[in-house]
Design a protein around this ligand. Structure first.
Ligand code: KG4
Ligand code: ZN
Length: 341
């Protein structure tokens, strides 16, 4: 018997991307439209929440229409509507949540509120039809650094998280300090190809009391101190060396925590997700570490690592078949915890 097709329109607006996608059965992406606001926020060196919300309002209907058109779909062909409702910027989230609720009400479609990190994790399902829980997932983005035990679809245990800055935040702050601009991650990734990762020994941040928690603020301070020291001594700053050495310190910690978790918990599969998961050096280092230990390694294509709505559609499908539905009282929850409803 043929499996019934569940077609979901998903919306994502938690930060500075206005995105909509149509996804079938959580894994087949019919469209994935992303309007990035990066050029607008670049001027300010980071995301300005008020500007983000205003731009989402301007773009959301166009982006949704584009996603439907590219998928050759209308609102009448949908089985459900999904939307990121947290965590994220409250004003930005509200735009997506309001649009989704309006469509759900007008078209009498089931509404599914999705956790942004659950979306990032689920991005791995899209290109890997064979990937099923349980597995470990390292989520590294501008706002989050989480090591997660994905026990089943929609069932998560957070093993560790950052105590201060997120990995992407550290990339952005260090990039700004060495004059690379915003967003810093992709720029550090690129410039470090010309640098020596062993030129400067930056600290590998370990947190007392937890094998899985992360801390990046000490590393960030070490880079700033190093830069100040160079200026005071009149020594030249070799930007590619600083970038490559900083990046190696981040990658080393991410890989070592993930490998410890695989060993302790016996995971045979490891996935990475989030904007920082598009980092070429992290991808290569994690792949090698997994290969050595015979662990299957999964990572989404870069376009599915950074914020997008296809990943929300993938997560929403599994919530849909588990019977999860949100009411029209769904609200934006800026600090929503993974696994909470
Ligand atoms: O997942 P994402 O698009 O948004 C959040 O949920 O935060 O992640 C954005 C973050 C930014 O901090 C950006 O600098 C970082 O991901 N990023 C990267 C790379 N591409 C994006 N960091 C390191 N290397 C990259 N290639
Ligand atoms: Zn994100």
């Amino acid at each position: 018997m043929e499996e019934k097709e569940i077609k979901i329109l998903a919306i994502e607006s938690s930060c500075d991307e206005t995105a909509a996608a149509v996804v079938v059965n959580g894994r087949r992406v019919l469209s994935n439209v992303i309007f990035s606001q990066i050029d607008l926020h670049k001027l300010y060196g980071g995301v300005v929440p008020e500007i983000a919300s205003r731009k989402h309002i301007e773009k959301i209907n166009q982006v949704i229409q584009e996603a439907l058109d590219q998928a050759d779909t209308t609102l009448d062909d949908l089985d459900a509507i999904a939307v990121t409702y947290g965590p994220g910027l409250v004003g930005a989230l509200l735009v997506g949540v309001s649009a989704a609720k309006a469509i759900s009400f007008a078209k009498k479609l089931p509404l599914i509120g999705v956790h942004h990190i659950e979306g990032h994790i689920s991005a791995n399902y899209i290109e890997n039809p064979q990937l099923t829980p349980p597995f470990a997932c390292l989520v590294v983005s501008g706002g989050h650094t989480h090591l997660v035990n994905v026990k089943d679809y929609g069932v998560y245990e957070v093993l560790g998280q950052t105590r201060d800055d997120a990995a992407g935040e550290a990339f952005d702050k260090v990039a700004r300090a060495i004059g690379l601009g915003y967003p810093g991650g992709p720029k550090i990734d690129k410039v470090s190809n010309e640098g020596n990762p062993d030129a400067i020994q930056f600290p590998r941040g370990h947190v007392g009391g937890s094998e899985y928690d992360f801390s990046f603020s000490g590393l960030k301070s070490a880079v700033l101190n190093y830069l100040n020291g160079c200026k005071m001594k009149g020594e030249p700053i070799v930007v590619p060396d600083v970038a490559a050495s900083f990046q190696k310190a981040v990658v080393d910690v991410l890989v070592s925590h993930a490998m410890t978790a695989c060993k302790e918990y016996g995971f045979r599969k490891l996935a990475i997700a989030g904007g920082v998961a598009s980092n070429a050096h992290l991808r290569a280092a994690m792949e090698e570490a997994c290969k050595k230990r015979n662990i299957a390694f999964y990572r989404p294509s870069p376009i599915l690592c950074t914020d997008n709505a296809a990943m929300i559609g993938a997560a929403a499908y599994y919530e849909y078949i588990r019977g999860v539905r949100s009411g029209l009282d769904l609200n934006a929850v800026p600090n929503l915890k993974l696994g909470e409803r």
